[in-house]
Ligand binder design. Structure first.
Ligand code: PGA
Length: 267
């Protein structure tokens, strides 16, 4: 590729990605909740969907993915999975591979959620999962975040830096189809939210890290989500900060009322 072609390609890519980042991304993580019946009711009860001002993704438990894909499409909500296996396929009882997730209509996959890290998922597995997800045309949402003890010790940036470097270690440096979700563990499911200023400081740090290690164009295009007790009351304040591009939401995404109140609160 000539230098001119490279410049044109980089410019087009940057413009497209900046546009992509220009509307907020809100991802619902249902964790181990819901049933098929409740999930169908949930989507049918949404009054305002599709939402033109937000990109909305919902990540139900595995068995609900395929039965919900059409209903979610009608509502303009993209399908995401909560996990994936790090290998292509094979004798791994109970696991699911990325190719299958793609085939049934998933677009996103949450990788390295702190609840999975706590259950023993290693940095190496997470890096392989990110690679698998990307190689099957899906977008990984790589979760990172420090514990309360790490924050009290003042080492949160170091922890986050290590998690990002390690999580992205198996993909090409020019890859840009991924999302990072900063979720301080002490704020997940506790009702305790990091302040918008706290989150902005960390997100700015992440953006600078990406700029140094992956280049300006990629750093500008990556959506940085915040997760940890996000709800209708605080989402707008958080998303007003320059480097907070969206939210990863657990508890508040479980009822259609609070979910929709949250989406409509985003301005
Ligand atoms: P929460 O969960 O919104 O219930 O705090 C967020 C998450 O774990 O992704």
């Amino acid at each position: 590729m000539s230098t001119l072609e490279k410049i044109i390609e980089d410019t087009v890519r940057r413009i497209m990605n900046e546009k992509k980042r220009s509307i907020p991304l809100v991802v619902a993580n249902w964790k181990m909740n819901m049933t098929l019946g409740k999930a169908k009711d949930f989507f049918e009860q949404l009054t305002y969907a599709p939402y033109p001002h937000c990109k909305v993704v919902c990540c139900p438990p595995y068995p609900l993915l395929y039965p919900l894909v059409e209903l979610m499409k009608e509502k303009g909500i993209a399908l995401g999975a909560q996990n994936v296996h790090e290998q292509e396929h094979g004798a791994h009882t109970g696991e699911v591979h990325a190719e299958l997730l793609n085939e049934i209509g998933c677009e996103y996959v949450i990788v390295g959620h702190s609840e999975r890290r706590l259950a023993g998922e290693t940095d190496d597995q997470i890096a392989q999962k990110v690679k698998q997800v990307i190689s099957h045309g899906l977008i990984p949402i790589l979760c990172i975040g420090e514990t309360k003890i790490e924050r009290d010790q003042g080492i949160e940036k170091q922890i986050i830096c290590n998690q990002i470097r390690s999580g992205l270690s198996e993909i090409h440096p020019n890859e840009y189809k991924y999302v990072l979700a900063y979720e301080p563990i002490w704020a997940i499911g506790t009702g305790e939210t990091a302040t918008p200023m706290n989150v902005q400081e960390i997100h700015r740090y992440i953006r600078e890290l990406l700029t140094t290690e992956r280049g300006t164009s990629i750093a500008a295009s990556i959506s940085l989500l915040y997760g940890g007790s996000v709800k209708a009351d605080n989402i707008n304040e958080l998303l007003r900060m320059e480097d907070i591009d969206g939210a990863l939401v657990g508890g508040a995404s479980l009822s259609s009322d609070s979910f929709e109140a949250m989406i409509t609160a985003v301005q």
